[in-house]
Design a protein around this ligand. Structure first.
Ligand SMILES: Nc1ncnc2c1ncn2[C@@H]1O[C@H](COP(=O)(O)OP(=O)(O)O)[C@@H](O)[C@H]1O
Ligand SMILES: [Mg+2]
Length: 330
């Protein structure tokens, strides 16, 4: 049996609007290995949050799973979670096998609900005695450098950094195999970012979580924590590769553009992760034909305007979707 925890096969998930659809995740395949951190990068609007939800099977209208399979390894065999309903996945997988820290999660906490209520809800959902679970929550709060007394408080009493640490402590209470964190550090200052990343890596080290999908537009963070980098553009995977190789020599011109923006000397650009690639990602209702990046690509060839490049292995462990690395170009 392979060491992948999850297999994602040709998955398409679109937002079905009245007379159009938004192709936010469009024919994506990759595997998540056990004990690895995958950093997912790409500009805003490229489908990173949609992909996070799709991996969780958290599919709520107008989003629909159009095609493909999602397999999750559980008790030594693969279960096709994409054939289950959201409710079934929620009951059997969420919290225990996989957990999501949604984008802006810390601001989604209800200001009038005490933090410990969230813990109690989770205990209820999984038929765990509340007091036993609260005890565990107290221990975990200490692990994330929060005084357990904060469990009795309201979210508005906590600072941003404290709220985000409370969110990760609660999300991982049941020791999920996979944690998906969608831009968890974007709203934090540098000190709290560092603290959050340290906690995250400590949780992995201690085996509280095994694998992590970390979504960000901050490549510098990915370089610190990830084993592999997955680059998304306009609903597609452009490149997926071990982190050291991709940083040393990015293959896809889009990856090159993203990495260049990190190497820029201007601190503001660096800090905000703004890309220096001219132009903007396309509208996903009617994306460009061929390679979706071709209108912005400095190396675009005729074939790129006509044909879609497949994500292909170009070196062991490295995959890229680009005709520059394909025999088809000539
Ligand atoms: N509820 C929705 N209805 C319609 N389109 C949506 C919805 N949510 C996101 N989208 C669209 O899906 C695309 C991908 O969005 P998203 O997954 O949020 O990207 P990212 O997280 O990379 O910024 C964008 O074009 C966005 O406008
Ligand atoms: Mg997002």
């Amino acid at each position: 049996m392979s060491n992948s925890l999850m297999k994602i096969e040709k998955v398409k998930a679109y937002y079905m609007l009245k007379d159009r659809y938004v192709k936010a995740v469009d024919n994506i395949s990759f595997e998540i290995n056990e004990n690895e951190v995958i950093g997912v990068v790409g500009e805003s609007g490229c489908g990173k949050s949609t992909l996070s939800n799709v991996l969780m099977m958290n599919i709520i209208k107008p989003l629909a799973l159009i095609d493909g399979k999602i397999l999750f390894k559980t008790n030594g065999s693969y279960k096709e979670i994409s054939s289950l309903s959201r409710e079934e996945v929620r009951k059997d997988f969420w919290g225990k096998k996989m957990a999501l820290i949604p984008q802006a999660a810390m601001n989604a906490l209800m200001p009038t609900i005490k933090i410990e209520k969230y813990v109690e809800h989770l205990a209820d959902a999984h038929n765990i005695p509340k007091d036993k679970f609260l005890k565990k929550a107290k221990e975990r709060f200490e692990k994330v450098d929060l005084d357990p007394k904060w469990l009795k408080r309201f979210p508005f009493e906590l600072s941003g950094g404290m709220k985000q640490r409370a969110v990760i402590a609660i999300a991982t209470l049941l020791d999920p195999d996979l944690l998906i964190a969608d831009e968890p550090t974007s709203a934090l200052d540098v000190v709290n970012q560092k603290m959050f990343l340290k906690i995250l890596m400590e949780m992995k080290k201690q085996g509280i979580v095994k694998s992590i999908i970390f979504v960000t537009h901050d490549i510098a963070t990915i370089r610190q924590i990830a084993d592999r980098m997955l680059v998304m553009y306009a609903g597609k995977i452009m490149e997926i590769s071990p982190i050291d190789k991709i940083v040393e020599k990015p293959l896809n011109p889009y990856t090159q553009g993203l990495l260049n923006s990190v190497l820029t000397p201007e601190p503001e650009i660096k800090k905000r992760g703004i890309t220096t690639i001219p132009g903007a990602p396309p509208n996903l209702i009617d994306p460009p034909k061929g390679c979706r990046f071709h209108p912005r690509c400095p190396h675009a060839m005729d074939i790129c305007k006509e044909k879609e490049p497949e994500l292909k292995e170009v070196e062991p462990g490295r995959k890229v979707a680009c005709f520059l690395y394909s025999e088809e170009r000539s």
